[in-house]
Design a protein around this ligand. Structure first.
Ligand SMILES: [Zn+2]
Length: 621
């Protein structure tokens, strides 16, 4: 059954309490509602008819309180029971019960084919409480609604069933306003299967261990896998699909458990792809999957403390504070739970050499290691950690591209620094060292075969580095909106710069006069940028998203507001929907007044998520 999300999402009116109470009474009369303790010695299964040892029925008062807490009284008890038991691939649920525990509602059933029981399923539905700090004046927040998959077992081979059931539950619980699935992946097939379904380790340390163990396995078997490939894995689903081309032997025991080494009990040999084999043999882990209830699009956020290791001298506008402030704001806005966090990785040097001269990168590395205070030019201030941070920033864009092209997120915002769009093949300038967006574009082509890439740069400064790198490339379109070069750094980006050789016509520069605001920016965007995206038909859109065209930004002379960024973001998403399944990876460039950087970036990210932003009044008419 389909739930109206506005009804359960907190917008519509709750149902009258008497309807809910009548619903309880009807289920009690049909012997389908009981009270239960969560103590596992109390909840006992026997496969035939009496699955639980249950207490008497809880009081109406208690049932109603729990129902209100978990379902906000926006759905009837029988509706929940029906919706939890779809018939899928000839399998149905028998003896489905609702059990009321102290702080949760449980659903328990047998999975049946005709009259024959082939498995069972238990779900726990509850609300996770945020920790309460007694002496702090924070109001207690409602916490997340969780579906815990306590157990699912099937006697027959029914992966297709579990998968279809899970799809159904994802839609259902999305509609019911739940936030997370949780489970303990302990079964032999489960560990691989749940990872493939998008379940990640609850604990990041556990994931780091998983990656370390995979690396150890690779070393032990002497497999042709580069350390780099393992390092870039940042989600259990990436482990599940890792190196499908590389089959390794695993050994199965009589009870269906797998190991990577043959021994007395693990004797039967199979060959599986590396990632699958590894997960089949790995330790159980606690998994979770977020249900993105409150945003229409799933947006990834690339973030790492490693980006703060690039320090500039005091008073330098490009400081770690920019990102710290943005991250604090994301937390205060309550956006952390709705974003898919993506970890950047240090990219393979070969993928950086596609953009930068190896000797240039080496000189940068040496300058940072020596403790130089700047590199190449005086405005490119550096510290000991600058080289690693710059590499990580480029790898951050690659992580964003991985997420979007593998379908893990619909789009992504890469909150990276140092910025990159002024960096050329062998030149650092304008606070930039490694051209992040350019490295990302080359990576998207080499790793995923994306043919046509459109880079839109709306930083107030011309993206001269990116332009130079793709000057002669007809398949990478570079478009820059910026303050006119006669008035603004770096003094390039005139209209007549349109690309060279084979790339002639694949560069578009749209300079704006000083003091231009939202109206001028949006008009230029609609008049020139939109038709060029339409004509180019990209397979991926990358944004060089600087927010220094904001009127409060001290470093240039345009006077835009958040409205312009919201408008352009929304339109870029529409165009991406039309041409490339919504694939947009946005990369932070400039933005040097903390307040306007943060408010603009937040508005941009919310728009990427498909949330209704502030109306862009200047865009009308
Ligand atoms: Zn800039």
């Amino acid at each position: 059954m389909a739930f109206d999300t506005t009804r359960v999402g907190g917008v519509g009116e709750p149902l009258p309490e008497r309807d809910i109470l009548e619903g309880f009474d009807r289920l009690i009369a049909a012997d389908r509602l009981f009270g239960a303790d969560l103590n596992s010695s109390v909840i006992k299964k026997s496969g035939k008819g009496t699955p639980f040892l249950v207490r008497r029925h809880p009081s109406h008062h208690r049932m109603l309180a729990l129902w209100r807490d978990i379902f906000a009284n926006r759905v009837l008890p029988q509706e929940v029971l029906d919706a939890l038991a779809p018939e899928v691939l000839g399998l149905a649920h028998g003896d489905g019960l609702l059990l009321f525990g102290k702080d949760r509602v449980l659903y328990d059933c047998r999975i049946v084919r005709g009259n024959e029981a082939v498995g069972h399923l238990t779900l726990s539905l509850y609300r996770e409480r945020e920790p309460v700090f007694r002496f702090l004046p924070f109001p207690r927040r409602p916490g997340h609604r969780i579906v815990y998959i306590e157990g699912i077992s099937l006697s027959a081979q029914s992966t297709g069933y579990a998968s279809s059931l899970f799809r159904h539950y994802e839609r259902l619980f999305h509609g019911l306003g739940f936030h997370r699935f949780r489970l303990k992946a302990s079964l032999t097939v489960g560990k691989y299967y749940w990872a493939k379904e998008g379940f990640d380790c609850e604990d990041r340390k556990q994931f780091a261990e998983m990656r370390e163990n995979l690396h150890a396995l690779v070393r032990r078997l002497g497999l042709p896998v580069e350390e780099q490939e393992v390092r870039r894995l940042n989600h259990a689903s990436m482990v599940a699909t890792f190196r499908r081309d590389l089959l390794i032997p695993v050994y199965r025991s009589a009870d269906g458990y797998y190991a990577t080494a043959r021994d007395a009990s693990h004797a039967e040999e199979f060959r599986f792809p590396l990632g699958k084999a590894f997960l089949l043999c790995s330790d159980p882990w606690d998994g979770y999957k977020v249900i993105y209830t409150d945003t229409p699009r799933r947006t990834g956020l690339v973030w790492s403390e490693g980006f703060l290791d690039h320090e500039s001298r005091p008073g330098h506008p490009e400081s770690p504070k920019r990102l710290e402030a943005l991250f604090t704001a994301l937390r205060e806005e309550g956006m952390r739970e709705s974003l898919i966090f993506l970890e950047p990785y240090v990219p393979a040097m070969a993928s950086l050499h596609a953009v930068h001269d190896p000797a240039y990168l080496e000189a940068f590395r040496e300058a940072a290691a020596r403790g130089d205070r700047h590199f190449a030019v005086r405005d490119c201030a550096i510290s000991k950690g600058s080289y690693e941070a710059a590499l990580l920033a480029a790898g951050g864009v690659m992580a964003g591209i991985d997420a979007v092209l593998s379908g893990r997120s619909d789009n992504a915002f890469c909150a990276v620094r140092p910025p990159g769009h002024h960096a050329g093949r062998s030149s650092a300038m304008g606070f930039c060292f490694v051209n992040n967006v350019a490295a990302g574009a080359r990576y998207a082509r080499s790793a995923y075969g994306v043919e046509r890439i459109y880079i839109l740069d709306w930083d107030v400064h011309h993206g001269n580095g990116t332009q130079a790198l793709f000057d002669e490339d007809p398949l990478t379109f570079f478009c820059s909106l910026h303050e006119h070069p006669s008035f603004c750094y770096p003094g390039t980006g005139r209209r007549l710069e349109k690309g060279k050789g084979a790339g002639a016509g694949a560069t578009l520069n749209v300079p704006l006069a000083p003091h231009a605001g939202d109206r001028e920016m949006i008009e230029a965007f609609e008049r020139e940028v939109v038709p060029s995206i339409e004509a180019f038909r990209p397979g991926l859109i990358l944004l060089s998203a600087g927010f220094d065209a904001h009127r409060d930004d001290p470093i240039a002379g345009l006077e835009c507001t958040e409205d312009a960024y919201v408008h352009m973001t929304r339109r870029v998403l529409e165009l991406a929907d039309r041409h490339c399944e919504g694939r947009v990876v946005s990369v932070l460039e400039g933005g040097y007044r903390t307040e306007s950087l943060v408010s603009s970036a937040i508005a941009h990210i919310k728009t990427l998520q498909g949330r209704e932003g502030s109306p862009c009044s200047s865009a009308r008419g």
